[in-house]
Design a protein. Sequence first.
Length: 427
Amino acid sequence: MTSKRSVRFAALGAVAAVGGMFAAFGHASVPGAAEAYRTWGQPATTYLAPSVDTRFRSRIDYRNFDQRIGGIMTDPSMVGLSVAVIEDGRITFARGYGTTQAVGGTPVEPRTVFRWASLSKGVAATMVGELAAEGKVSLNAPVSAYATTLRLPMGNEKRATVDDLLSHRLGLVRNAFDNKLEAGIDPRVLRPQLASAQLQCAPGACHTYQNVAFDAASEIVQNLTGKTYQSAVQQRLFGPLGMVDASVTRAGLIASRSWARPHVGRHTVAVNDNYYRVPAAGGVNSSILDLARWMQAQMGEAPEVVSDRVLDVIHAPRIYTDRHRGIFNQTMGASQYALGWRDYNYLGHRLIGHQGAVMGYRATVLFDPAKKAGIAMLWNSQSSRPVALQLELLDRLYELPRRDWLGLDKKLGMSPLSQTENAPLND
């Protein structure tokens, strides 16, 4: 039987031009992904057609929102950026800004592909969560039960659970052996060597972020499905969700019709394969439209692909984390880590999200699961400038007093992201 939510997810294909500058893009459905992105090169910004639900009223003045993003792009540290917004489970805004390369690049479009970096961890947690829902893996079983190459000090792989693995509670010192991974050593060689790594705490007792160890999740998936991690994720998640630009390899990135080159400052740098070799930790690529679809699925809008039961499990907070740097983390205060996701609290509103960073790329997703509203961003530089845009959007969604989180008002003579109460979507 088809649920109401799956019908709504499929119905999101209806879009319409608004005000001359907004035009339709094809929206993937479940099923029907083959029709997803039939037209290439449409104007970048899109509003969802009000015909989908005439009762829907946006809280966001998207023209002003677009201007604020344009203000970010005046910063010389920015090269290209893609932004998508969801309200009430609908993609209400998707646009690319800047260029794929600082010199000689092409304009960033909604289908331009970027790297997700650590947003990839939510994919691994979802994949393992689905396998757990089928009874193929137990989150409470020790990691050693699933024949991974991971070895921990004092034989702790026999004590640390799959749940500990996906919530970074293995007890290892933070980012253990990332330096060796970046030096080119195969993670399958590194994971057994983690038995000699420094211990921070006993398994389950503290949160210490990992990449090499976390990627044991890809081995669990491969061992249980008999497929490569890339194939399993594509067949189980990306394909059914209509994420037609998504991939989990370096080759997938550079084969994309439009892809954003990584930058340090204004200098284009090479795409190395270090973190592609730990795909569960940092291997995913996609366009902003695909990332928006992923966010919809995490909101519960595609229950035939990602079940509510799985979302409840992977989004449930496990342990507090210590993150204080930057305006976003300072504003959010104490956060908690779930399975591949972070749980935040913004003025009493529960939020779920994650950030990602790898050389030359940054990524972020943040959403309110109750309101089914949120923002996703992908960009191809080291800049932290776009992060504060999340806070400006949240203030509008919650109809809070306007604040210049981006610091644009005095610099550019711009007004803060304006507040439009119950404005019609096509107004």
